[in-house]
Design a protein around this ligand. Structure first.
Ligand SMILES: [Zn+2]
Length: 111
């Protein structure tokens, strides 16, 4: 009994370590952005933060733009890729199929 519990705890702990390692290593990966995107983010910051700074500069790491520094001292580092209209959580295939079937069914009925 005790051995089983120990194995269970050990595997849980291993999973946790793997997850933590993955989490921290992935968090360190900066998402490179383009100059235009950095400027866009700066403009967004100015709007949101009602910032009147007129200067900004790119924050670079390994020749890649990873963020910007505003004239007011605000720093933004992009850690996740810029995705506009990120897709929703994966819908099960079954749902997609049934919705297609429904569409076919209704179109068949209406004609
Ligand atoms: Zn600012």
């Amino acid at each position: 009994m005790f051995d089983l519990l120990e194995i269970l705890l050990f595997s849980l702990w291993t999973c946790f370590i793997i997850y933590a390692t993955w989490y921290f290593t992935s968090a360190k990966h900066y998402a490179p952005i383009t100059h235009t995107e950095a400027r866009m983010l700066w403009k967004i910051h100015k709007q949101i933060g009602q910032c009147g700074a007129k200067k900004w500069r790119e924050i670079r790491r390994r020749n890649k733009i990873i963020g910007f520094e505003c004239g007011c001292g605000y720093k933004h580092i992009q850690k996740r890729p810029l995705v506009i209209n990120a897709p929703e959580a994966k819908t099960p295939v079954q749902n997609a199929k049934s919705s297609v079937f429904d569409k076919l069914h209704t179109s068949y009925e209406s004609t």
